[in-house]
Design a protein around this ligand. Structure first.
Ligand SMILES: [Fe+2]
Length: 311
């Protein structure tokens, strides 16, 4: 059983997750065992995460097994489709083959729940950075959702690439957890505090589109026992808990994400390729489309309330 943290009078969380296990800041034994297994299985290069999938609408048992094996190790996989052109329905079916049944109904998703990320010319989507060619800073998707809208997995499928740029960096949030915990379990306690991170309400023309959301950065999924992360590197419109350990932890996250020796994978998706992951940390460089030569970046994005099935 997991218990929420209880803040002590000096404001520090006292054991944000109790009951043992690798994500309980007090259970050093379980953490040590889990850490060793995680590090020994973690891939050295992103190529180790690539799986050829002939037709995503009809994933074979061998392809499915290969994808799950990558995702178990690194919470992410790259799939490469064969010649068949891939439509949105095929991506839905690819998700379903991996246990991803519940699509998020996002503000900008089309009716089938899959968003089409492309530089928009006018329209409301143009206000959101994912629909522009500007860089996107480090985040996990939908860090501003309510707990019942937690995004546990997502898929990015490249239909066509930009003329230049549009590379993703990806970091398994469990690897970030290890880096932080090795620096001090008090950082984990601070980041598991239920008031660690607040995203103020999204208000447009005086209307509240999304209320303020407060919650932890790291939490443990009560059903699967998996570690979940809620994070954005954005500096504006965000409130961290006013506490020195939280401030140190946040600064440390920033340094880890930028350190040259961190296990960050960089990958520029080619047409027909996609990323399937348990909502790991990611960012995207800016890019340049060239309409005349037909190099216009188009990425389909699906977000799921489920995690990738591990069996
Ligand atoms: Fe994202």
């Amino acid at each position: 059983m997991m218990n929420n943290s209880i803040a002590t009078p000096d404001g520090r969380a006292s054991g944000s997750v109790s009951g043992g296990g690798p994500f309980d800041p007090a259970d050093h034994l379980a953490y040590g065992r889990w850490r060793e297994a995680k590090l020994s299985g973690f891939p050295d290069a992103i190529e180790d995460l690539a799986v050829a999938v002939v037709d995503p609408a009809r994933v074979t048992v061998a392809e499915r097994t290969a994808l799950i094996e990558r995702i178990r190790r690194a919470n992410m996989a790259i799939y490469r489709c064969g010649g068949a052109s891939v439509d949105r329905d095929a991506l839905r079916r690819l998700g379903q083959a991996l246990g991803l049944w519940r699509l998020d109904e996002h503000l900008c998703a089309e009716e089938d729940g899959i968003s089409q990320l492309q530089v928009s010319e006018g329209g409301h989507t143009g206000e959101y950075i994912p629909y522009t060619d500007r860089p996107l800073s480090w985040h996990c998707d939908e860090y501003y959702n309510a707990p019942d809208g937690t995004i546990r997995a997502m898929l990015l499928h490249c239909v066509s690439a930009a003329a230049e740029g549009g590379e993703n960096a990806l970091m398994d949030h469990e690897m970030l957890y290890i880096a932080l915990r090795d620096a001090g379990s008090h950082y984990i306690e601070a980041l598991m505090h239920p008031q660690a991170l607040t995203i103020p309400a999204n208000t447009q023309n005086g209307e509240v589109i999304r209320p303020e959301r407060t919650g932890p950065v790291f939490s443990v999924d009560p059903v699967s026992g998996a570690l979940h992360m809620r994070y954005t590197a954005r500096g504006r419109n965000i409130r961290w808990r006013d506490d020195p350990v939280t401030a140190e932890a946040v600064a440390l996250i920033g340094r880890i994400l930028e350190a040259p020796d961190s296990p960050v994978f960089r990958y520029r998706l080619r047409p027909g390729e996609g990323i399937l992951c348990n909502n790991v940390l990611h960012n995207r460089t800016g890019f340049r489309d060239d309409r005349e030569s037909g190099h216009r970046r188009l990425v389909y994005r699906a977000r799921f309330l489920d995690r990738v099935a591990e069996t």
